[in-house]
Design a protein. Structure first.
Length: 157
């Protein structure tokens, strides 16, 4: 297995995708923010001082996916055709579970865009809740599925 972001001289470079075929590509990533049960109740009730935590985090995740190429040095700017950032309140584990699904028709995948959406949504939740719970943790940010492209499909077991 060869790392694609290094050239023959071992220097970092952006992969040339000129010769690749355009295909429908999708990536799904997930993560979670674990917090005190009382903090989760404030999020659920919409009673956090900074406002609608999940509404703001959803917009932040979408914006982050669209700007991934500006944050990750070797990412290509992509025309994204769909971005969905969703949240599940996990009361049993006092966590907000985050799932981002990103789609494009293009020459390169959208894994980094999905991972960035989850990461920024999680950080936004942390930012909006930190006044009442500085002990929150961001956990399990990971790719769960991808489809399209030369490397084919991937599904986390």
């Amino acid at each position: 297995m060869k790392l694609t972001h290094f050239n023959e001289a071992g220097k970092a470079h952006m992969v040339d995708v000129s010769e690749k075929n355009e295909t429908l590509r999708q990536a799904v990533a997930e993560g979670r923010v674990v917090m005190a049960p009382e903090t989760l109740e404030l999020v659920k009730a919409g009673a956090m001082g900074k406002g609608d935590v999940l509404g703001v985090a959803q917009v932040a995740g979408v914006m982050a996916a669209k700007r991934t190429w500006e944050l990750i040095p070797m990412c290509h700017p992509l025309l994204l055709t769909g971005i969905d950032v969703a949240f599940t309140l996990n009361e049993a584990e006092a966590a907000v579970d985050i799932t981002a699904t990103v789609r494009t028709t293009g020459k390169t995948g959208v894994e980094m865009e999905a991972l960035t959406a989850v990461s920024v949504a999680a950080l936004t939740i942390y930012d909006m809740c930190k006044a009442v719970d500085k002990a929150m943790t961001v956990e399990y940010v990971r790719l769960t599925a991808k489809s399209g492209g030369k490397s084919g499909d991937y599904l986390r077991k």
